[in-house]
Design a protein. Sequence first.
Length: 238
Amino acid sequence: MPIVTEAANSIRPCAPLSSDLVSIVMKRPETHPAKSRGRPRSFDLDAALERAMQVFWQQGYESTSISDLTKAMNINPPSLYAAFGDKERLFLAAVERYGCQVGQTPAAILNEAPTARAGVELLLEKAAHEFTNRSHPPGCMIISAATNCSADAAHVQKALADLRRSTEIALKTRIERGMADRELTAAADAGALAKFFATVLEGMSIQARDGASRKSLLTTAATAMHAWPRTAARIRSR
């Protein structure tokens, strides 16, 4: 789950969020294949994709219609299909764009912190701030945009589930490093802790979508940290 740290209208080139997403985009059969010849586009592709991302983030994948998209992007359906292929490809491109606006990934936040505990606490606090940032829709797009989908969109749902899982993996990796550094006792369950804090993050995103305040989410983050195990140093001092 990326932590967005720039205004949503910031447009800049970036590395792909996930090579798996790129692979999905390339392998899916095109419902409306893009044409290689013809009149040049009469619209700003980046700006149109930015607006599509906002709509998908706000409404979710299946709740967003082609009409919603073309209205927001200020283009007609043929232009959408020619530029992006179909709604599914446009959505995955929008998810990639969401990743382009990431200042620090969860893994970077966790790894740059001096301790595992400090990294997890900082991740939760940053999430509380960004999930309630009024410059973009509330919550996290990767958490909320494709959680309830029909069978026809199962691969889209899986793509985002894989991205969410990457946050849990980053948490587990950092906690295991904390255990190796004797920050935590060897009896700590890194997998269970990672799943717990990943679940807290996802719950905070849903709460933000439901209108929870930043103060409320910060309180949730602080409360969640009470689940952190006693450190090895504290245990040895007893």
